[in-house]
Design a protein. Sequence first.
Length: 454
Amino acid sequence: MVLGAALPQAQAAALKNMQVRQPVAGREAHNLWTSLSDTTKPSFLLLNRIGSEGKMSTEAFPVVKPAVASSAYSYLQARIVSDPHFSPDGRFLVVKFGELGSPGTYRVYVMDTETGEAKLASPLYLDYYAVSWSPDGNYLAFAKSSAPNPQFYDYGRDVGGDLQLYLCNWRTGQTLPVASSKSLRGPWAWRDQHDLLFSALSPRDEKFLGDPRHEAGVNFVHGAPVAWERLRGGPKRKPVAPGTYEYSVESRSSRLIMRDAFLPVSSPNGKRLAFFGSRDALHPRALSEYWNESPSSTCVIVDTIAESPGTPSGSANAKRIVLSEHSGAYPALLWLPDNQKLLVLEQIAASPHARLQVKEWNTQTRKSRIVATLGAHDPGPGRSPNAPSFQALSLSRDGRHLMIQVDEYEQLEQNKGYLNWDTLEDVNLETGEVKVAGRIHVAIGVAWSYISSP
């Protein structure tokens, strides 16, 4: 992928693509296709800077090196730049470049938004959706399948082969293997600057890698020992509750830090975890082997991380704080900067009148309050099980504002189909006020970074 210089003539198309509604100061990025039928016409990465007065400046960076020679190709074979994510400081963007519908064909690049320069982060070709920045912006975590022809990995399904997790220093190109397992699941989280968190099941006889030392009762994650428990009471391979592991760049090793815990989110000070697990840690509810489907019931839990090596938390209920129980899809979890309050974002109603509830939990008092409820209407119920949908994009540094992307549809005149819009909605976490900051037409991946507190 090569990004060309920003094109002034593309700004008119970009302004039509992004509509500012109620001013919120920040930067937004998304992709724009000029044609899906001709590979000689580039796709664009759009970078919009929005001031507090609502004025928007736009830079459109074309991908000037199409990867497909023929002008006739399938829609799903269109090689485009997509799915941008801002670094924690808001300066850099990580983007994917590859075929939209074919796993194993995209790579990740990092763009400096101040200079417009793009750099290949890693030579690896990836097929799993989750890419995550380290807190200091120097490392990226991503994964790929070991299967020769993986399918549907963007939806978290395992179809044979292990999911291989990597950590990459994009500035130097150094790529470190972290773990390989059928039961890994993203998104990836971080604790401190360079400590990566990931979750995996530990069924009997499952190996992270085919390592002969496995028979000694140690599970080796790319040469890094990870303690694990063998199940008793049955000859059959049986799924158990997952554990959360921590990989250290400094020691290049992993350790189990929390039993019966998956999809973890670390508090800003790195001392506590919010995660999903069983109400009773002594009798954890077993999940399916690949645990990709929605749970019948799961709890949002907060626990303190044990710092002693080889002493994972979660083996007793004394320190566990069970906040709420959920059924259906996993809600999103976000810590606020005070290390005490936790946001739980849960979609409480589906199409055609979808609703997202933003709830704030005080983990000390165990009391909660509903901050805001966002809604979205789908004029074509049943057309898509994923529409409308909601996604948290960015939390302001002071923890006062949260930007949420709402993926919804609008019916065209004379019933000629539907128009896809991504609406950006700014939630004031103190007052509950919701602003519609802007609307974007047909984008694969939207990124937001607050310039300052709105």
